[in-house]
Design a protein around this ligand. Sequence first.
Ligand SMILES: Nc1ncnc2c1ncn2[C@@H]1O[C@H](COP(=O)(O)OP(=O)(O)OP(=O)(O)O)[C@@H](O)[C@H]1O
Length: 371
Amino acid sequence: MGTLELRDLDKVYRSRGKPPVHAVRSLNMNIEKGEIVALLGSSGCGKTSTLRMIAGFESVTAGSIALRGRRIDELPPARRKVAMAFEGYSLYPPLTVRQNIAFALKSQQLSRSEVSRRVDTVARLVEIDDILESFPRAISGGQQQRVSLARALVRYADLYLLDEPMGQLEPQLRAVLRGRIKNLLAEREMTAIFVTHDQTEASALADRIAVMEDGVLQQFASEKELKNRPANLFVASFIGEPPMNLLAADVARSDGGFGLSIGSDISFQMRGDALGHTAQKALGELSRVRVGIRPQKIAVGTGDARVRVVSNQWLGDQSHIAGECAGNLLIAVIPSRIAARPGDIVQFALEPRHLHIFGPDDACIHHAEVS
Ligand SMILES: Nc1ncnc2c1ncn2[C@@H]1O[C@H](COP(=O)(O)OP(=O)(O)OP(=O)(O)O)[C@@H](O)[C@H]1O
């Protein structure tokens, strides 16, 4: 049993005169104590709706939410033992920053010195200790966001919900706070869910990442697992920078395995013994699949694929070379510079062991070797 259990959670928004919006569909998740989870996905995929249902700001259309074995989906927000930092979850204007943060501790009956100590500690952590006596209207948006974060983190709760907690901060401060918040959460074994559309943030903070699209959970796994074993085409193309190269391939049976060809220019021999049973069965029934290969797995300057260079960018520590081959755009990332200009022909080497293969319903039927 996890600390937080979401069972078949559904959210449908109905407004008069408009078609209903099915924002979250049959969501199932188990989150363990002390786990930090990121809800990651593009705008409108249902991340915030999920968080707001857990917080109690939105009703649940169907399904259930249990926290430490207790059903909470019918409880008012204040009784859920959940601390949250929400965008627009506004600060009280007549109170100073210090009073705003201390207010979150009101129900906990702590001594004044204990309240003060806790407020000071969390304020230092998010670097707002110099504005504790200011009023909300006198501080910047980024500072307000950090006050909101401090107000959540200062509490002792069963669960912390953070909606784009650092969205308004500059990259440098963001990186520093990320590290500190991660340490704090780990030290106190706090269970937390945060919403982000920033992959770097999700990878840096979270133990596991829930990738959502169109209200549907696509995969819930560690960053490494998402990268190495994407469940489907969506996750494969969403996770990783630059995105995985995806190509349509024709399937043919060949000696002891399968041949996959992309136009007449690129082909792969997949040995049967390198494919699992599921992949062999699926390939035996399919004439066309999609294959994926990460840009970092393509070698440049050797190999059979002749590629016409579209762009070649040196980013200081790696080159991104985009090229066209058999009507497909391929991107390779290599750790060195090469002298290739747009229009030049260069060789790309794509190896069968680096291929992910996607079958019907875009599900992954074979994963690349992990190296
Ligand atoms: N109160 C509401 N009434 C009607 N539709 C809503 C409401 N809140 C959200 N939606 C719709 O539900 C869908 C999911 O929205 P949600 O805010 O949960 O997504 P999100 O992934 O958090 O997006 P963002 O990153 O832009 O906040 C969207 O289509 C959105 O327009």
